[in-house]
Design a protein around this ligand. Structure first.
Ligand code: PEP
Ligand code: MG
Length: 908
């Protein structure tokens, strides 16, 4: 029989695939002796079996019975017993946290009989009826799919009728009456009675949690977070403890360190006399843990001890949900906490300094995505700013946009290309679409653990929460602060690092991390000032330490794709160890385009020579500058690549021009020239230019074009040598599919390089290599290696030609639908498709190296700067990745992480 159910005492933290994050951690806390209410976890495997067959597997029912009996026996209470009832919560918990996305039902086991038992056990009739009405409300909404507003309106009406403001002021009698009303709602809306049998309640709740895995909002969240749809969720059945049993009870959330800054300490929110979800939902404003210390020093001390135990055990920032039931502390959940990018770096180095983790581990605790997050600009603190209010800094960044007040408008305006800031009183999972579309999220209620804060942090979206001074009116679509009003469409700016909210746009300045990367640690630290200078200094130091460590342990070199001396300069500052791709076609656009046009259209040797003679000095000067910037480092210059039509006038525009001239009967030299040009453009017109006359084909077909570039490279290298430089130019041939193409170019190049060396009296060594960007090149790598000193994988074209996806068209056209339907989980142009394109890379690496052991291997497609792909390139044994200058630090970090995660580092 499959094991679909695990008691908390049976699992551990490493079983997240099977027990989900929550279940695995509940088991772990149970294992290390923390006070966890007993319970059991139904595995993700059961969920997958349910999804496949559409019904609960029969074995599951049996195993639930057994686990339930064990639970009842250990507590000496029966589920739904009418003397002393055991009540349970049913909570979802997938492998990856999906805050607020899936369902939870509390107080399962209550019915008309056991509500009496609960009254007896608690000695509080009001509490018992309140718990019962909560069950029917949650069950009605999540299990029976009844509109939740029907219940909340009934509750509001009751409060109005009794003339009270808070639910806590309703009497036992009022709540009993409400239970009757709720049951009536259930009857009317679902056509059935609210189920009285506790086991039926339990089974229906389990099914509802399984079903909640596939709601639209859950699917949207998973797409966004790249969580596979086929994992399924686990279900945790936990004996209930109550935080709403009076003033000596309560519920809270805490972190062992500040998840926004990384500062070590006790952070959290506490809500006295409240039940579980109230804190996370951010509905009532909370107290701090310092208040808890005052209210209940014993529970507080116990909580502190548990926090320390957990941090020591997990050796990381933990976030914790707890409940205090009449002075007794219970741990309801823990996990390694989500954190901002800045906090991730700071916490990692703090833990190193506390000797809790090694530097290799610190490197694994941060990611390239977090580093790039820290490279975003920030608000200029010197600029004039119009402060509206200050809330809590929940997710860092500087966002400027137009205020919108609902998710639909946010999505609509964002689709029109506007930057929007979603302003809500508080957010709930239905706001997810708007939160994704917005550049920032602002709420007037809730704390750092509210839905808005947790979700925005997860997405890396700037967020400020709990700005209580804001009176947010989502119906009138405006914010009021005293007499000031911000209406929908007005520009506001929010600072997710300080919590400040400004009216109007605020200028932004580069981040201190970027200053560090460009000017070094001392300059960056010296430039810091203001209140948070110390914290920023700690962050910059942490980035420096971790990035330096990555540089020490990584095996992959990191080069940059740069076409100009300026780009090369920046790339070098940011740590590039060479240029992996200089796209020379970019040097021929603008004013020089006509020279190429002339070369392409030349019909006589004289015309051709004139065009080449004009281009040579320009191209040589480009390369001299580039080689000077990259002195001492490999500089890979790619021969001209793109489709020809990019250098010729537009066919339609030229046709119109000629037609007009014809109609007007115009004659003359210019008109004649246009006519010849039009004939040539028509002759060269291609239906599929990306698969047409480009790359090496162009060099072979147009006499003198490659020769010009090769001569310019050789002469530039000779000049740099004469000037005392150390040029390391390399020539790269694009889009070759056959080794014969390489031989043709190579023979010509070797001749030219030898000629230049002789002419200039210098010794030139200029390696000649091939881009591997067509499947045929990869599949014949052994032969290609015979004519190439290096390979550079052009994974943009390799992806385009392996999948047959036009790289310029498909991403915008139908990738959203492909992702939605599960054909792809991420664009193969963004992250390397390991199975297909990756396989070709592997073949070419293995066969190329076998044929020529000293072959240098790199990648210069966009994937070279993508974190996940960098790990793949490390694994297949490339020598370097090359990416855009801005991504160089990210690639350095990820190359380091790849090295330590495969155990390649020996610096421990
Ligand atoms: C590639 O195809 O991956 C590449 C780097 O070349 P380009 O993007 O210029 O075609
Ligand atoms: Mg290419």
């Amino acid at each position: 029989m499959a094991t679909y159910v695990y008691d908390f005492s049976e699992g551990n933290k490493d079983l997240k695939d099977l027990l989900g994050g929550k279940g695995a951690n509940l088991a772990e806390m149970t294992r290390i002796g923390l006070p966890v209410p007993p319970g059991f976890t139904i595995t993700t495997e059961a969920c997958r079996a349910y999804m496949a067959s559409g019904h609960l597997p029969p074995e599951l029912r049996v195993e639930v019975t057994m686990a339930l009996r064990r639970l009842e026996d250990s507590l000496g209470r029966g589920l739904g017993d009418f003397h002393d009832p055991l009540l349970v919560s049913v909570r979802s918990g997938a492998k990856f946290s999906m805050p607020g996305m899936m369902d939870t039902v509390l107080n399962i086991g209550l019915n008309d009989a056991s509500v009496q038992g609960l009254t007896k056990f608690s000695g509080d009739e009001r509490f018992a009826w309140d718990s019962y009405r909560r069950l029917i409300q949650m069950f009605g909404k999540t299990v029976l799919d009844i509109d939740g507003d029907l219940f909340s309106h009934a509750l509001d009406d009751m409060k109005k009728a009794r003339g009270v403001a808070a639910d806590t002021e309703l009497s036992a009698g009022d709540l009993h009456e409400l239970v009757d009303q709720f049951k009536e709602i259930v009857r009317e809306q679902s056509g059935r009675e609210f189920p009285q049998h506790p086991r039926e309640q339990l089974d229906l709740a389990i099914t509802a949690v399984f079903n909640s895995w596939n709601t639209d909002r859950a699917r949207l969240y998973r797409r966004r977070e790249r969580i596979p749809h086929d994992l399924g969720t686990a279900v945790n059945v936990v004996s209930m403890v109550f935080g709403n049993l009076g003033a000596d009870s309560g519920t809270g959330v805490c972190f062992t360190r500040d998840p926004a800054t990384g500062k070590s300490g006790v952070y959290g929110d506490y809500l006295p006399n409240a039940q579980g979800e109230d804190v996370v939902a951010g509905i009532r404003n909370t107290l701090s843990l310092a208040d808890l210390e005052r209210l209940d020093p014993t529970s507080y001390a116990e909580l502190r001890a548990a926090m320390r135990t957990l941090e020591t055990h997990y050796r990381d920032l933990c976030d914790i949900e707890f409940t205090i039931e009449r002075g007794k502390l219970w741990m309801l959940q823990t996990r390694v906490g989500k954190r901002t990018a800045g906090a991730a770096f700071r916490i990692a180095t703090q833990l190193v300094d506390e000797h809790l983790i090694t530097m290799d581990e610190a490197l694994q605790r941060v990611s390239g995505a977090q580093l790039s997050n820290l490279m975003f600009p920030q608000f200029d603190s010197e600029a004039e700013r119009d402060l509206l209010a200050t809330g809590m800094a929940a997710s860092p960044g500087a966002a400027v946009g137009q205020a919108v007040f609902d998710s639909a408008t946010a999505q609509e305006w964002a689709a029109q290309g506007k930057d929007v800031i979603l302003v809500r009183r508080e957010t709930n999972p239905d706001d997810l679409g708007g939160m994704i579309a917005a550049v920032g999220v602002l709420t007037s209620r809730g704390g750092k653990t509210s839905h808005a804060a947790v979700v925005a942090r997860g997405m890396g979206t700037t967020c400020v929460v709990g700005a209580e001074k804001l009176d947010v009116d989502v119906v009138a679509r405006r914010i009021r602060v005293g007499k000031r009003v911000v209406a929908e469409g007005d520009t506001i700016a929010i600072d997710g690092s300080t919590g400040e909210i400004f009216v109007g746009a605020v200028p932004v300045v580069p981040s201190p991390v970027v200053q560090y990367l460009e000017e070094g640690l001392d300059v960056a630290l010296g430039a810091l000032h203001g209140d948070d200078a110390d914290q920023t200094a700690e962050l910059v130091r942490a980035v420096d330490r971790i990035l330096t460590h990555a540089d020490v342990v990584r095996r992959l070199r990191v080069h940059a794709n740069a076409d100009t001396a300026d780009d090369a300069h920046r790339a070098r500052l940011w740590g590039a160890q060479g240029i992996g791709l200089c796209r020379t076609e970019h040097m021929f656009l603008g004013e020089r385009r006509v020279l190429i046009e002339r070369l392409i259209l030349a019909t006589t040797d004289d015309e051709r020579t004139a065009a080449l003679d004009a281009l040579l000095p320009l191209q040589r000067a480009d390369f001299v500058d580039l080689l000077e910037q990259m002195d001492g480092l490999p500089t890979t210059i790619r021969l001209i690549d793109p489709p020809l039509h990019e250098f010729l006038p537009d066919l339609t525009a030229l046709s119109v021009k000629v037609a007009l001239a014809d109609e007007r009967g115009e004659t003359g030299e210019d008109v004649e020239r246009d006519r010849l040009l039009l004939a040539a453009v028509q002759r060269m017109h291609e239906a599929n230019p990306m698969l047409g006359l480009r790359g090496v084909r162009l060099g072979i077909v147009i006499p003198g074009l490659f020769a010009l570039q090769i001569r310019a490279v050789a002469e530039a290298a000779a000049q740099r040598l004469a000037d005392g430089g150390r040029p390391h130019a390399e020539i790269m041939v694009p889009l070759a599919a056959s080794v014969m193409e390489l031989h043709l170019v190579r023979d010509e190049a070797e001749q030219i390089i030898a000629d230049v060396a002789r002419e200039q009296g210098v010794e030139l060594h200029i390696p000649i290599g091939a881009m591997i960007e067509l499947p045929r090149a990869a599949l014949t790598a052994d032969r290609m290696a015979g004519a190439a000193e290096f390979f550079s994988f052009g994974t943009n074209d390799l992806t385009q030609t392996t999948w047959g996806f036009s790289r310029d068209d498909v991403e915008g056209a139908f990738f959203a639908e492909y992702t939605e339907k599960g054909v792809i989980s991420v664009s193969p142009f963004e992250t390397i498709d390991r199975r297909g394109v990756g396989r070709l890379v592997r073949i070419a690496v293995e066969e190329g190296r076998a044929a020529r052991p000293e072959l240098t291997l790199g990648v210069c497609g966009e994937h070279g700067g993508d974190p996940e792909s960098v790990h793949f390139f490390h694994e297949v044994g490339l020598d370097y990745v090359s990416c855009s200058p801005f991504r160089v630090p990210v690639a350095r970090l990820e190359a380091g992480r790849a090295a330590v995660s495969t155990g390649g580092s020996d610096t421990r």
